[in-house]
Design a protein around this ligand. Structure first.
Ligand code: HAM
Length: 429
């Protein structure tokens, strides 16, 4: 006898750092999307949708050649024509590109945008860190006033408050402007000069390319060396000092808690003046739930007119994880009605009833597999149906379809001709 062994097919899996967000976990995501959209709308932000794929140059020119993101984390490839393309690692650069490409500055330079969507960075995956992750991003163009800096931080804290988040702290810093940068850079280079032998190769390479990036190094020995490094905050010009003072006073008068954090440098090069992060203690190493700041030189750098810009991005995945830990997940929505139709005639009628009810926004389902009453009752329970409708041959002959409340077990009979409008009346009450 020849034994044929069935070869078991290997199942396909997501790639490392990529994941599915399953329907049973989606309620929290939708709750955040709804609350964020409501808040953005009230503050005058308009939604923008930008491509997932852009020319690589857009990101290297804006985020900075010597940043971790551009040096090692971007998903970059050549398309069939040889053009270098990159899956967006963040949204700011694309929104700036769009602002310039569509000459939005010409009709109204003051623009406020928000977007939500996936970003891609090839980092080492761990809790709160994925290679495809989601951001809720907001950007404001054309406003130089420090009030907008405070307002963006206020919006973030207001959103987190509405979502019931606790245990977050806002870390705020000023990174200065091109006027004060040189004095800071000199102080930093003087400080580093005697400590070069204790810095990692990456830092040494960055001394000439972009010394500010050294302050963002994650290597523990570098962090130790840089603990007493000069801070941008101690080298601000008068304009930056005044700007930062207004941000702080405004936040104080609004009752927004914040910490001035001299060591906060952010991982992207485009920032000027105010920069901030909202941090949590609940996600281990991945403490930043949101980050943002001003980028007054970026629109010009990318070929537009001199236009101030500022914005933030929330790490959506991290936000959801913090909410899960705080048990803020909303209850899954239950089914309004499950149709138990026994026999061909009842099934045909049931199909039309259920579609009509669905059209009226009533969560209705039925099962077309021809199962028994007992099996269908079990399914209604599994789907957590509030009501079941029972229509067998007898009910059709007697023109008395049964509607049963699954909680109270109370039943009423409804005639076939007016069944749908009667049900709509009951469910819309
Ligand atoms: P970012 O700090 O690079 O800033 O990212 C913002 C947030 O995205 C982080 O605070 C974090 O919560 C989340 N995030 C970043 N990488 C990952 C990852 N691998 N997995 C999960 N979450 C992650 C920006 O992207 C700037 N574009 C923000 C901005 C907008 N600045 C001005 N406007």
């Amino acid at each position: 006898m020849i034994l044929i062994l069935a070869k078991k097919k290997k199942t396909m899996q997501t790639i490392r750092g990529f994941r599915d967000i399953l329907p049973e976990n989606i309620a929290l995501w939708q709750k955040v999307e709804k609350e964020a959209t409501r808040l953005f709308d009230a503050f005058g932000f308009k939604e923008i949708r930008i491509p997932v794929l852009e020319k690589t140059q857009l990101f290297s020119r804006s985020i900075g050649e010597a940043t971790d993101i551009v040096e090692k984390e971007m998903y970059t490839f050549a398309d069939r024509k040889g053009d270098k393309l990159t899956l967006r690692p963040e949204a700011t650069a694309s929104i700036v590109r769009s602002y310039i490409q569509h000459k939005m500055y010409a009709t109204d330079p003051i623009r406020k945008f928000f977007m939500m969507g996936p970003m891609f960075r090839r980092e080492r995956p761990q809790k709160g860190r994925y290679r495809q992750f989601y951001q809720i991003d907001a950007e404001v163009f054309g406003v130089e006033s420090a009030y907008i800096d405070s307002q963006l931080i206020f919006i973030l804290t207001e959103l987190f408050k509405r979502l019931g988040l606790t245990g977050l702290s806002a870390h705020v810093n000023s990174l200065g402007c091109p006027d004060c940068r040189p004095s800071f850079q000199r102080a930093l280079l003087d400080f580093i000069a005697s400590k070069k032998d204790r810095l990692c190769d990456n830092c040494l390479r960055r001394i000439d390319k972009n010394p500010l990036r050294i302050l963002d190094c994650k290597v523990t020995s570098c962090k130790d060396v840089l603990q007493d490094a000069p801070a941008t905050l101690d080298h601000l010009c008068n304009h930056c000092e005044d700007h930062f003072a207004t941000v702080k006073t405004t936040l104080e008068t609004q009752g927004v808690d914040f910490i001035v954090d001299k060591s906060l440098v952010r991982g992207l090069d485009y920032y000027t003046r105010t920069a901030w992060e909202i941090q949590t203690t609940t996600l281990g190493a991945q403490s930043a739930v949101a980050g943002g700041g001003r980028y007054d030189g970026l629109v010009k750098e990318l070929g537009g007119p001199q236009t101030p810009g500022i914005g933030f991005a929330i790490g959506f995945d991290r936000l959801v994880e913090v909410m899960e830990q705080l048990d803020k997940a909303p209850q899954a929505t239950a089914l309004d009605l499950f149709l138990i139709c026994l026999g061909d005639m009842a099934t045909e009628k049931g199909y039309h009833w259920s579609c009509a009810l669905n059209q009226n926004g009533i969560r209705t389902e039925m099962d077309f597999r021809g199962k028994s009453m007992k099996a269908l009752m079990k399914r209604a329970n599994k789907l957590n149906a509030h009501y079941v409708l029972i229509a067998g041959e007898d009910e059709l002959i007697q023109n008395a379809i049964i509607l049963r409340d699954m909680n109270t077990k109370e039943q009423v009979s409804l005639p076939v001709e007016t069944l749908v409008p009667e049900l709509i009346k009951i469910f819309k009450k």
